[in-house]
Design a protein around this ligand. Structure first.
Ligand code: NDP
Length: 447
């Protein structure tokens, strides 16, 4: 680590004690940006990096609600409004027991660069709660969402801050929150994305993150004259991102052999086909069951207690569950077993050790802020449709998404190509995402 990065990180750590995920995300970006900023002193003089790492606003609030037994429950709600230099704050809400300030700040920080990469006018934000929707009834989830939105509604708005889904927040939760916002504010507006099709949602939004992640993998493979056809893919997770990454990978001729949840992973060497995927979608989105039931139904291997499938040999790994799910040892094993493409659907799924190994091995490594930006890009398209009060066709949205992923890939190549021709997508995404935000901050003065 260079001295400048070390000095910068000392200040970040002192100012944000104990927030290890936030430190990890800032350090990764700073390592890419420091040499670039040295070459462009205007960013250094304006302290852009120092300002970008400081949230514009953090909102923390109590979320009380009553469970089905009549007992009062108390959760904590958050919204991190990180940066609004290029547009309204935009980023998902996560409902998971592990949610804390550090995790949401890392996600909001990443979101600033990701949103910039999409080329759409969106600032960065993130929020959520330590509420766990698992094993709650629909009525309990509704009461929680209503309480959460009662406070959040004061801080968001179609031109101010537009949340979306993330882990634990899908169509059901967005529906309950949108209903409460509309009731409190008496306005039908595009204040949330990921809405249902009947009430302002966009076609392809549910698919967008996973589809985009696979389009990005294909773009990376194309740089080596290769494609996804006949590649073996391992996918982690079995939620929104994992399901649609699997679907698009199958459509592009790859064979997906794993899925997982926090209980374990399934390995189906015959490959997950459309019919088996339909079973997973019903299991996860309707029955809200566990991935183990796939192994019971299709008589394949289930590895209990191991939520990641990285020991299974593959050409392409599509991490789609959560942060830090690929350790250094996992990365080494992936490469030993022949993996040469990693396209991240999850945010920060690879630890710093894993990233080091991927870059040193010169594999095609697409970091989340580039590879999973299709989700927020399509949220941006949902906002445009809401503002125009129009709905585009499935084909129109999908082709815009595909083009955006190609453009993000080109930006990464522009800023990440090294002297020997290797594309360092980490540098490419960090620098490519930084420039637009930094220029806007320079133009807008010290605010
Ligand atoms: P979902 O809640 O739909 O699914 C999450 C999946 O990951 C589930 O299978 C879940 O298993 C598993 N998982 C979550 N946390 C853990 C954990 N701590 N350990 C092991 N398994 C875990 O979320 P999404 O699919 O929407 O999100 C997945 C990832 O993609 C996240 O990193 C998110 O930030 C990122 N992302 C999502 C976008 C979107 O549009 N939804 C956009 C960009 C990035 P279980 O059910 O057992 O908890």
């Amino acid at each position: 680590m260079s001295n400048l990065v070390e000095e910068f990180m000392k200040k970040i750590i002192a100012k944000n004690p104990g927030e290890v995920e936030f430190h990890q995300a800032v350090k990764e970006v700073t390592e890419s940006l420091m040499p670039f900023i040295q070459e462009h002193p205007k960013y250094q003089h304006a302290k852009i990096l120092e300002r970008i790492a400081e949230p514009e606003r953090i909102i923390i609030f109590r979320v009380p609600w009553v469970d089905d037994k009549g007992e009062i429950q108390v959760n904590r709600g958050y919204r991190i409004e990180m940066n609004s230099a290029i547009g309204p704050y935009k980023g998902g809400l996560r409902f998971h027991p592990t949610v804390n300030l550090s995790i949401l700040k890392f996600l909001a920080f990443e979101q600033v660069f990701k949103n910039s990469l999409t080329t759409l006018p969106m600032g960065g934000g993130k929020g959520g709660s330590d509420f766990d929707p698992k094993e709650k009834t629909d009525n309990e989830v509704m009461r929680f969402c209503q309480s959460f939105m009662s406070e959040l509604s004061r801080h968001i708005g179609a031109d101010t801050d537009v949340p979306a889904g993330d882990i634990g927040v899908g169509g059901r939760e967005i529906g309950f929150m949108f209903g409460q916002y509309k009731r409190l504010r008496n306005e039908f507006t595009g204040v949330l994305t990921g809405k249902g099709l009947e009430w302002g949602g966009s076609l392809i939004r549910p698919e967008a993150t996973g589809y985009g992640q696979v389009y990005f993998a294909e773009e990376m493979l194309n740089t080596r004259g290769d494609s996804l056809k006949n590649k073996i893919c391992t996918v982690s997770g079995s939620g929104n991102v994992a399901q649609f990454a699997t679907q698009k990978a199958i459509q592009m001729g790859a064979k997906v052999v794993t899925l997982s949840d926090s209980g374990g992973y399934i390995h189906d060497p015959d490959g997950i086909n459309e019919e088996k995927l339909a079973f997973v979608m019903n299991l996860k989105n309707v029955k809200r069951g566990r991935i183990k039931e796939y192994a019971d139904k299709y008589k394949c291997t289930y590895v209990e207690g191991k939520s990641t499938p990285w020991e299974v040999p593959c050409h392409v790994a599509l991490p789609s569950a959560t942060q830090n799910e690929i350790s250094g040892a996992d990365a080494a094993l992936l490469i030993k077993n022949g993996c040469f493409v990693v396209s991240e659907g999850a945010n920060m799924p690879s630890t710093p050790d894993a990233i080091d190994i991927f870059l040193k091995s010169k594999i095609l490594y697409g970091p989340g802020k580039a590879a999973n930006a299709g989700g927020v890009a399509t949220s941006g398209l949902e906002m445009s449709q809401n503002s125009m009060r129009l709905s585009w066709t499935r084909q129109e949205v999908d082709s815009r998404l595909h083009q955006i992923m190609k453009d993000i890939h080109s930006t990464c190549v522009k800023y990440g190509k090294e002297k020997d021709g290797y594309i360092n997508y980490v540098n490419g995404a960090n620098i490519g995402g930084f420039v637009k935000v930094a220029e806007a901050m320079l133009a807008q003065g010290i605010v």
